[in-house]
Design a protein around this ligand. Structure first.
Ligand code: ZN
Length: 202
Protein backbone atom coordinates (compact mmCIF):
# COMPACT_ATOMS: atom_id res chain seq x y z
CA UNK A 1 0.00 0.00 0.00
CA UNK A 2 1.33 3.45 -0.90
CA UNK A 3 0.93 6.37 1.53
CA UNK A 4 -1.96 7.85 -0.48
CA UNK A 5 -3.78 4.50 -0.50
CA UNK A 6 -3.29 4.11 3.26
CA UNK A 7 -4.80 7.51 4.04
CA UNK A 8 -7.68 6.88 1.63
CA UNK A 9 -8.54 3.54 3.25
CA UNK A 10 -8.31 5.01 6.75
CA UNK A 11 -10.77 7.75 5.76
CA UNK A 12 -13.10 5.37 3.92
CA UNK A 13 -13.58 3.14 6.96
CA UNK A 14 -13.83 6.07 9.38
CA UNK A 15 -10.53 5.43 11.17
CA UNK A 16 -9.67 9.05 10.39
CA UNK A 17 -12.62 11.46 10.40
CA UNK A 18 -12.78 15.18 9.79
CA UNK A 19 -15.44 17.28 11.50
CA UNK A 20 -15.91 18.75 14.95
CA UNK A 21 -15.49 16.31 17.81
CA UNK A 22 -15.66 16.25 21.57
CA UNK A 23 -12.91 13.88 22.70
CA UNK A 24 -13.07 11.77 25.87
CA UNK A 25 -10.62 14.28 27.40
CA UNK A 26 -13.33 16.95 26.99
CA UNK A 27 -11.22 18.83 24.44
CA UNK A 28 -12.55 19.62 20.95
CA UNK A 29 -10.79 18.65 17.73
CA UNK A 30 -11.36 18.76 13.98
CA UNK A 31 -9.94 15.26 13.48
CA UNK A 32 -10.81 11.96 15.11
CA UNK A 33 -8.66 8.82 14.94
CA UNK A 34 -9.82 5.26 15.75
CA UNK A 35 -7.51 2.59 14.36
CA UNK A 36 -9.78 -0.28 15.42
CA UNK A 37 -12.10 0.74 12.57
CA UNK A 38 -9.53 -0.21 9.96
CA UNK A 39 -7.97 -3.15 11.84
CA UNK A 40 -11.44 -4.78 12.05
CA UNK A 41 -10.87 -5.72 8.40
CA UNK A 42 -8.27 -8.51 8.30
CA UNK A 43 -7.57 -7.67 4.66
CA UNK A 44 -6.53 -4.12 5.54
CA UNK A 45 -4.77 -5.19 8.75
CA UNK A 46 -2.64 -7.59 6.72
CA UNK A 47 -1.82 -4.94 4.08
CA UNK A 48 -0.97 -2.33 6.71
CA UNK A 49 1.17 -4.82 8.62
CA UNK A 50 3.08 -5.58 5.44
CA UNK A 51 3.57 -1.87 4.70
CA UNK A 52 4.85 -1.18 8.22
CA UNK A 53 7.11 -4.24 8.24
CA UNK A 54 8.68 -2.99 4.98
CA UNK A 55 10.04 0.01 6.91
CA UNK A 56 12.23 -2.31 8.97
CA UNK A 57 13.54 -4.75 6.37
CA UNK A 58 17.08 -3.45 6.94
CA UNK A 59 16.96 -4.57 10.59
CA UNK A 60 17.26 -7.90 12.30
CA UNK A 61 13.89 -8.56 13.94
CA UNK A 62 13.39 -11.72 15.99
CA UNK A 63 10.15 -10.75 17.69
CA UNK A 64 7.45 -8.08 17.51
CA UNK A 65 6.00 -6.77 20.77
CA UNK A 66 2.98 -4.51 21.27
CA UNK A 67 1.13 -2.87 24.13
CA UNK A 68 -2.37 -4.37 24.49
CA UNK A 69 -5.01 -3.83 23.37
CA UNK A 70 -4.58 -1.42 20.51
CA UNK A 71 -1.25 -2.73 19.25
CA UNK A 72 -2.01 -6.46 19.26
CA UNK A 73 -3.58 -6.93 15.83
CA UNK A 74 -1.12 -4.70 14.00
CA UNK A 75 1.87 -6.26 15.80
CA UNK A 76 0.59 -9.70 14.77
CA UNK A 77 0.33 -8.63 11.12
CA UNK A 78 3.76 -6.98 11.12
CA UNK A 79 5.29 -10.20 12.47
CA UNK A 80 3.43 -12.21 9.84
CA UNK A 81 5.02 -10.05 7.13
CA UNK A 82 8.59 -10.55 8.33
CA UNK A 83 10.48 -13.48 6.85
CA UNK A 84 12.00 -16.03 9.17
CA UNK A 85 14.59 -15.00 11.75
CA UNK A 86 18.21 -15.28 10.72
CA UNK A 87 18.43 -18.54 12.69
CA UNK A 88 15.49 -19.99 10.75
CA UNK A 89 13.02 -19.87 13.62
CA UNK A 90 9.64 -18.18 13.06
CA UNK A 91 9.21 -14.57 14.20
CA UNK A 92 6.88 -14.21 17.19
CA UNK A 93 4.27 -11.54 18.01
CA UNK A 94 3.88 -10.99 21.76
CA UNK A 95 2.20 -8.30 23.82
CA UNK A 96 2.45 -6.60 27.17
CA UNK A 97 -0.66 -5.77 29.15
CA UNK A 98 -1.56 -3.85 32.27
CA UNK A 99 -1.62 -5.69 35.60
CA UNK A 100 -3.86 -4.83 38.58
CA UNK A 101 -1.65 -1.83 39.41
CA UNK A 102 -1.85 -0.49 35.85
CA UNK A 103 1.76 -1.38 34.98
CA UNK A 104 2.53 -2.93 31.60
CA UNK A 105 3.99 -6.41 32.07
CA UNK A 106 4.73 -9.61 30.17
CA UNK A 107 2.14 -12.22 31.15
CA UNK A 108 0.71 -15.50 29.76
CA UNK A 109 4.14 -17.11 29.72
CA UNK A 110 5.52 -14.61 27.17
CA UNK A 111 9.25 -14.11 27.51
CA UNK A 112 12.17 -12.71 25.55
CA UNK A 113 15.56 -14.31 25.11
CA UNK A 114 18.75 -12.51 26.10
CA UNK A 115 19.65 -10.06 23.29
CA UNK A 116 16.55 -11.03 21.30
CA UNK A 117 16.02 -8.26 18.69
CA UNK A 118 12.55 -6.84 19.28
CA UNK A 119 10.49 -4.41 17.21
CA UNK A 120 7.79 -2.57 19.20
CA UNK A 121 4.57 -1.88 17.26
CA UNK A 122 1.55 0.16 18.31
CA UNK A 123 -1.53 1.33 16.39
CA UNK A 124 -1.35 5.04 17.21
CA UNK A 125 1.09 7.32 18.96
CA UNK A 126 -0.37 10.30 20.76
CA UNK A 127 2.58 10.87 23.08
CA UNK A 128 4.17 7.46 22.51
CA UNK A 129 3.84 6.72 26.22
CA UNK A 130 2.72 3.09 25.90
CA UNK A 131 5.43 2.31 23.37
CA UNK A 132 8.01 3.91 25.68
CA UNK A 133 6.77 1.79 28.59
CA UNK A 134 6.81 -1.34 26.41
CA UNK A 135 10.42 -0.65 25.42
CA UNK A 136 11.41 -0.32 29.09
CA UNK A 137 9.64 -3.54 30.14
CA UNK A 138 11.27 -5.57 27.38
CA UNK A 139 14.72 -4.11 27.95
CA UNK A 140 14.41 -5.02 31.62
CA UNK A 141 13.53 -8.55 30.47
CA UNK A 142 16.79 -8.69 28.50
CA UNK A 143 15.67 -7.84 24.96
CA UNK A 144 17.34 -5.43 22.57
CA UNK A 145 14.80 -2.99 21.10
CA UNK A 146 15.80 -2.34 17.49
CA UNK A 147 13.06 0.11 16.50
CA UNK A 148 9.45 1.18 17.06
CA UNK A 149 6.62 1.54 14.55
CA UNK A 150 3.05 2.78 14.44
CA UNK A 151 0.23 2.99 11.93
CA UNK A 152 -0.49 6.63 12.84
CA UNK A 153 1.67 9.20 14.58
CA UNK A 154 -0.80 11.88 15.63
CA UNK A 155 1.82 13.99 17.40
CA UNK A 156 2.98 15.53 14.14
CA UNK A 157 6.39 13.94 14.48
CA UNK A 158 6.94 15.13 18.06
CA UNK A 159 7.06 11.65 19.59
CA UNK A 160 10.41 11.10 21.26
CA UNK A 161 11.48 7.52 21.79
CA UNK A 162 14.91 6.10 22.58
CA UNK A 163 14.96 4.11 19.30
CA UNK A 164 14.42 4.74 15.58
CA UNK A 165 10.73 5.32 14.82
CA UNK A 166 8.64 4.83 11.67
CA UNK A 167 4.95 5.66 11.26
CA UNK A 168 2.91 5.00 8.12
CA UNK A 169 0.78 8.14 8.57
CA UNK A 170 1.79 11.34 10.30
CA UNK A 171 -0.96 13.68 11.46
CA UNK A 172 -0.78 16.93 13.36
CA UNK A 173 -4.01 17.01 15.29
CA UNK A 174 -4.91 20.24 17.06
CA UNK A 175 -7.10 20.06 20.15
CA UNK A 176 -8.96 23.00 21.64
CA UNK A 177 -10.40 24.03 24.95
CA UNK A 178 -14.19 24.08 24.35
CA UNK A 179 -14.24 27.70 25.58
CA UNK A 180 -11.68 28.69 22.95
CA UNK A 181 -12.52 26.43 20.00
CA UNK A 182 -12.43 27.94 16.49
CA UNK A 183 -14.90 25.30 15.25
CA UNK A 184 -17.41 26.32 17.95
CA UNK A 185 -16.88 29.97 17.02
CA UNK A 186 -17.80 29.07 13.43
CA UNK A 187 -21.16 27.91 14.77
CA UNK A 188 -20.93 24.12 14.51
CA UNK A 189 -21.62 21.80 17.44
CA UNK A 190 -19.06 19.23 18.61
CA UNK A 191 -20.21 15.60 18.46
CA UNK A 192 -18.95 12.61 20.42
CA UNK A 193 -17.22 10.39 17.84
CA UNK A 194 -18.73 7.21 19.28
CA UNK A 195 -22.09 8.19 17.82
CA UNK A 196 -21.63 6.28 14.63
CA UNK A 197 -24.39 7.74 12.51
CA UNK A 198 -23.34 11.33 12.98
CA UNK A 199 -21.72 12.69 9.86
CA UNK A 200 -19.79 15.91 9.61
CA UNK A 201 -21.59 18.59 7.61
CA UNK A 202 -18.55 20.83 7.26
ZN1 ZN B 1 -15.57 23.07 19.44
Amino acid sequence: MRPDDITRVLEEVGAIRQGHFQLTSGLHSGTYVQCALVLQYPKYAEQLGRALAAEFMDLRVDCVASPALGGVILGHEVARAIPLRADGKPVRAIFVERDATGTLTLRRGFHVEPDEHVLVVEDVWTTGGSTCETIRVLEQAGARIVSAGALIDRSGGKVELPVRTEALVELKIETYDPLDCPLCRNGSVAVKPGSRFVRSTS
